[in-house]
Design a protein around this ligand. Sequence first.
Ligand code: MIG
Length: 801
Amino acid sequence: MIINTELEQKGNLFPGKIVSFSQHVDTLNFTTENGVILQVTILRGSVIRFRYATDNNFEKDFSYAISETGARGYSMLKVDETDTEYTITTSKISICIAKANIHVTIRDTTGNIICQDDWGFHWEQSYEYGGNIVKMSKSAPQGECYYGLGDKPMHLNLKGKRVENWATDQYAFGKDQDPLYKSVPFYIGMYEERAYGIFFDNTFKTFFDFCHERRNVTSFWAQGGEMNYYFFYGPNMQDVVTRYTDLTGKPELPPLWALGYHQCKWSYYPEKKVKEVTHKFRELRIPCDAIYLDIDYMDGFRCFTWNKEYFPDPKRMVTELAEDGFKTVVIIDPGIKIDDEYSVYQEAMENDYFCKRADGPYMRGKVWPGECFFPDFTNPKVREWWAGLFKEIIDEIGVKGVWNDMNEPAVMEVPGKTFPDDVRHSYDGNYCSHRKAHNIYGTQMARATYEGVKRFAYPKRPFIITRSAYSGAQRYTSSWTGDNVATWEHLWIANIQAQRMSMSGMSFTGSDIGGFAEHPTGELYARWIQLGVFHPFCRTHSSGDHGNQEPWTFGEEVVDVTRKYVELRYQLLPYLYTMFWEYAEAGIPMLKSLVLYDQEDLQTHYRTDEFIFGNQILVCPIQEPNAKGRRMYIPKGYWYNYWTRAYVKGGKEQWVDADLDIIPLFIKEGAIIPKYPIQQYVGEKRIEELKLEAYYKLGNKEVSKVYEDAQDGYDYVKGRYSLRSFSFTGKENEVIIQQHKDGSYITEYETMQIELIGLPFKINEIEIDNVVVSFESVGFDAKNNILTVPKSFTELHIIAK
Ligand code: MIG
């Protein structure tokens, strides 16, 4: 190890040469002369785990992030040895391991280098805490781009940045501020349009450096634990994301109402105020499905209690709200008030469920209720107890969703704003300090909450939302981006964060619409709601101390804009639900940044503003005051302006008009966009008809899907869903729409109304399943090219003669 003298002097240690190799089925071990073991596990042909031990000694293998249900298996595994290296070959990649220094080089099947060690694994011993500071460095060819990493509020492409993962309550955070609430140590690298991913599954504080410290090097390291990372090969970026999401877990479908619009504030109380707000939504006919109760609903901020002065009969109120279509969501924080008279506190004390300091005292910290102790959610017994606490709220009172806040965990008035490092945690039997448990604490709280809500909501589906999260949290919960600010810059940040969370496996995310801190102008609120309806989670929230943030507080014009966009969201529910189904089923990100959508197009690599909502709708927010439109990049291919229906060629930046009531929206040609009628809340109306907007395309088939089910409950798991697959084939004088249906769910509607947009010819004949039908029988509206057909058709021909 003569090569690294300079670094060694700084205390870094390096693996020596390989002295032995062994293979056990899918796991290969390479041991060096100085006691480093590299363990390579083949999970799938394109998903490989790399794990390094020092002193010939691995820790017990345990991870909160890895899902038990992820895909495993490979078709080929071959190991070759030469004088200088070992080569592991799968059907997708080859991995060379140099005998001299254990350096790893990963290539695709044609020999292109995808990812290569620079200094590779190295470490520093930590005398203070024991164990190692574990480090990895990789070569970064010029032109490589980096994406991912959860909620980082900075340019989508992370090239040139150094970031840190340490869950932090960051009130009124700013652009480029780091770290924030979430820790998602997963990034996507892309060089020459070939993408790969790395998930560094380590819950200690981790750092990622993308060519910031050294121009040609990307590195990541952790303050403890193991160098333990998963490599995902694409080359398609979306495949990298789906493989990562499959490994760390996919969510269940949420109840459909959770994809509606939500209204929140800190805080709505007393009951009368809550009702005023919900009534106003119905009066103004702005659809809304959920109303939130922030901390003031509790008795002295004691979780699982109610302030009986403000809410004398919560069950009656929640029931009445439900009759009006509102689902009640309540906040639950981790801090439990130290109060001998409080049953939650008593139970936790009796059973030893609170976190303790190194020498035995309880972890005491001030949060909303005053002095508190904190359950150790990394203890399975504590999670089980916590889940049981939801019986009354969910089963008896009828609350439909739970909101977990402050779970970084946040502590007031102390340095670091969180627990001290020495706090002890069970970590499911892998006893450790807070240094290791900090980043996972919020996820384990959300997990326990999810288990409780699910248990008592059953046979309905649970809804959970969390502020802090680590990789894998998507299995249990949705999330929001925390305490943003009512500024134009934050609208830019919200857009980035929602996209970044999507490519980090956590699609079900949204921002506080309008901004949490400070007060938005009506214009800013209007621009924000236009974007917010295209985020998977859609909620207005504000701190409440700068005036009100309900849509009507901004005057009539903003009410109209809000209604228009919330109505559009409700019309698009079948489209949005289908996106969610693709996410839940296959891990497909619901929002696709342009680079994720078309990585072959170099123009997309540094774009931030435009994104694809689902697969076929291009969205680009207006992020400035007084705008009449903006320049935006329309990806390659042909698109229809949703508003004007103009047909546009993509592949270049162009100006798009957008007055206050317009957000630029484009529909991919050939798309069939499903819509429901406008409802004030999910389930308000029986869906009498599915509307399909079919955008003409000449040439190749375009496939569109529509997933539907009972909108709640678990029958879909047993096959009771309806999955329609439509394919659009356009010719010069004919359009063919084919439908294929899967699943045993019978949708309520009997007919579909189809509107043909951009048709280059006049319709002279319509055939359903090869039978010519009269125009009257399909209610044909020749002026607008609208017809109504039985839902069961398999082939529709629209013909010019
Ligand atoms: O210290 O519960 O991010 O959404 O309204 C503030 C009150 C605590 C922070 C959350 C915010 C919530 C607020 N909470």
